[in-house]
Design a protein around this ligand. Structure first.
Ligand code: PLP
Length: 355
């Protein structure tokens, strides 16, 4: 794959934002990577070009039937100014799983990775230097064929945009309060819960808005059939520590196979802790809390890395976790994962790829 490169003229580069107030996704960089797919031709016209609007036909199929998938990963500025990516090939492989489920074309992982690296290399000044800040990378694929019939599109656009993002916890860990919903569900067996596809997030917004209105940060999702098995929290996978055992729901098809989840499982197994990937009901969690055996709850995902849960609200009852404080395992996972990601610590798992 040849990558055409068109650079923004030096005088037209955007001013870099203040690194102490980046937020999440508010700023985008100067360039993007794009390529086009046509049935019968495959992917073509790969290019790094100035960040700009797309022109889409109003009948573009993504706007009507939602064939849209995405990924999220980060570039970190480590020692000696070197730039590292965390498990990038796993994100691109997962994108192909999402693509298969949505009847969208496969990408060539190695080739797209070359495109991703070319883009990040051109934008390396955008990788923040502030502690905890990173360059968030958003690969996306959408159906662009114009047509109003419901079927797989024949034309797609793949693009990668970049956004410098601030530290998730600028003042240290802040355990979140969680609303356990038994009104809404995120995904159903046989559905698309294990694909990173746009519709899943559209479907989740109402529960999140209602939870926020009542003062909670995130929603905990239960399974759609029995409304009792724990699935995920917001857009993160979830872990419990009960009687010193680390428990997370299995990849049953309705939850997203998180790369942070997989990394946490590998680390806690390496540390010799008992680990179970098994179904767990919300009643089991609350019972463990009432008998003092629930030690920690935390979410895992690229954005926050580790997000400690301080309380769970379910059916009129509020259940505090570890007196609202961050537990020792959450803290250790956060510290060690970050140390690997920023290159402050050896990387025994070979997760980091140097740009
Ligand atoms: C992206 C995502 C996750 C976390 O996956 P990571 O690879 O760890 O970032 C978990 N749940 C949902 C619903 C997600 O979209």
């Amino acid at each position: 794959m040849r990558i055409q490169i068109e650079r923004v003229a030096p005088g037209n580069l955007k001013p870099k934002p203040d690194e102490s107030a980046l937020g999440f996704g508010r700023h985008r960089t100067d360039h993007m990577f794009v390529m086009t797919y046509d049935e019968g031709q495959g992917w073509h016209d790969a290019a790094v070009m100035p960040y700009q609007d797309f022109a889409l036909d109003p009948a573009a199929m993504v706007l009507h039937y939602g064939q849209a998938i995405f990924e999220g990963l980060k570039a970190y500025r480590g020692k000696d100014d070197a730039i590292f990516l965390f498990r990038p090939l796993d994100n691109l492989r997962r994108m192909n799983l999402s693509a298969a489920r949505m009847c969208m074309p496969q990408i060539q992982v190695e080739e797209v990775f070359e495109g991703l690296k070319t883009l990040v290399d051109i934008e390396q000044d955008w990788v923040p230097r502030a502690q905890g800040a990173t360059l968030y990378i958003r690969p996306t694929m959408v159906a662009t064929e114009a047509g109003l019939g419901v079927r797989p599109a024949k034309r797609y656009l793949f693009f990668i945009i970049l956004s410098p993002v601030g530290a998730y916890y600028p003042e240290g860990f802040n355990p979140v309060s969680i609303y356990v919903t038994d009104t809404y569900v995120r995904a159903v067996p046989g559905g698309v819960g294990n694909a990173k596809t746009a519709g899943n997030y559209a479907a989740s917004i109402m529960a999140a808005v209602e939870a926020k209105k009542q003062g909670y940060t995130q929603v905990l999702w239960l399974d759609a059939v029995h409304r009792k098995y724990v699935e995920e929290v917001g857009t993160m996978n979830i872990f419990f520590v009960i009687d010193n055992e680390v428990i997370t729901p299995p990849l049953s098809g309705s939850i997203l196979p998180g790369i942070t989840r997989d990394s946490v499982l590998k680390m806690v197994r390496e540390w010799g802790k008992p680990v179970a990937e098994r179904s767990i009901t919300i009643d089991e969690v609350l019972a463990a809390s009432q008998t003092g055996r629930l030690q920690e709850v935390f979410g895992t995902g690229t954005a926050a890395v580790i997000s400690p849960v301080g309380s769970l609200y379910y059916q009129g009852q509020n259940c505090e976790v570890n007196h609202g404080h961050t537990g020792p395992l959450s803290q250790r996972l956060f510290d060690e994962l970050q140390a690997i990601q920023y290159g402050r610590q050896p990387d025994p798992y070979h997760w980091m790829v140097r740009l």
